[in-house]
Design a protein around this ligand. Structure first.
Ligand code: SF4
Length: 164
């Protein structure tokens, strides 16, 4: 299975969610947060139609001369976003395109945005390859990793599946 941005971010958010999504148990259309994310993405898509590109199984929000830009509606999972962007930078590099990463967090109901910069270096590239292997191992398991209740579960589209 080709690992995309969603799967790598779920690896950091929740391994149960990673397995469920990868194995096509998809309840996410019911989630308000996912809907907001999609709308934000669509708005952004309208604004930057010329710069959005698809490579293999990933979609990059924006590619400028210097940066690969990823736009998020919240900074609640910075580690997940960081590795998502590193995956994109890696895929671009494989195609002979080298860029730095720029992450823009646009909070709901706020005009300002937080911006973070990231680069794919030797160390995090090695770590990325290790993470991709670990993701393959999890999604190829016959059953999902045991769900553990955390605060984030209350907002998760899989809440009913895991706990009811
Ligand atoms: S409800 Fe919690 S344990 Fe279940 S998939 Fe969502 S985040 Fe993971």
């Amino acid at each position: 299975m080709k690992i995309n941005g969603t799967l790598i971010s779920y690896f950091f958010i929740c391994k149960t969610k990673l397995w469920l999504h990868a194995n096509r148990i998809n309840l996410e259309d019911n989630s308000e947060d996912v809907r907001i994310g999609k709308i934000l993405h669509e708005i952004n898509e309208e604004k930057s139609k010329k710069s959005e590109i698809s490579i293999d199984n990933i979609k990059i929000d924006k590619l400028t001369r210097d940066y690969l830009v990823e736009i998020k509606k919240s900074d609640s999972d910075p580690e997940a976003v960081k590795w998502q962007v590193l995956l994109y930078l890696y895929k671009l590099k494989q195609k002979g395109v080298e860029r730095k990463g720029k992450i823009e967090f646009i909070e709901k109901n706020r005009q300002d945005k937080k911006v973070h910069y990231i680069e794919l270096d030797e160390v995090n590239e090695k770590e990325l390859l290790d993470i991709l292997k670990r993701i393959e191992t999890i999604i190829n398991q016959d059953t999902p990793p045991q769900a553990k209740f955390e605060n984030k579960c209350k907002k998760c589209a899989y809440y009913e599946y895991c706990f009811i």
